[in-house]
Design a protein around this ligand. Sequence first.
Ligand SMILES: [Ca+2]
Length: 189
Amino acid sequence: MNNKGITLIEILVSLVIVSVLMAGFYSTFLSQHMVYTAQETITDMTQAARASVSKMVQELRMAGYKKPGEVLNGISVATPTTIRVLADLNRDGDTADPDEQVDYAYDAGTKEITRTANNQSEIVCGGVTSFNFSYTLADGSVTSAPTNPENIRKITINFTVQSEKPVTKTGEHSNISLTLDITPRNMGL
Ligand SMILES: [Ca+2]
């Protein structure tokens, strides 16, 4: 053995060490990248879910909108999965104009939230694995099935949306849950 030279064995050993280090770096990079991608997916999903229900939030907030002195009950149907909101948007004394009577409903079978108005239904949000309306009444109590919808002062929506595609190698979907509180300003006026 020549002490000054590098033997083939030494080169091989170096290569093995370098390979092990590279593999370590790569797997660290890969797992960080996967975490980042998953976080990105959740952020995107949260934004998408909020955007998809933004019109619903806006319309629920307008429940009971009317001209001064007009008698109007802003919510006529309220169950854990359906709601009917009424608003006299053009303040002509009725709720017969476009978008003045709107139904929102959740179907656990299709996992969809639908909006029905002007005799037309559209899907608001898909991939909804759970959904629930709850209502805070004028006396402060909270229920999912109010006897008198006119007593509703706040609507709370709890829902969970599942990612369309699996986000992990094992095929797991990502779930995000959102809670939204809506206070229709014209209820009880
Ligand atoms: Ca009207």
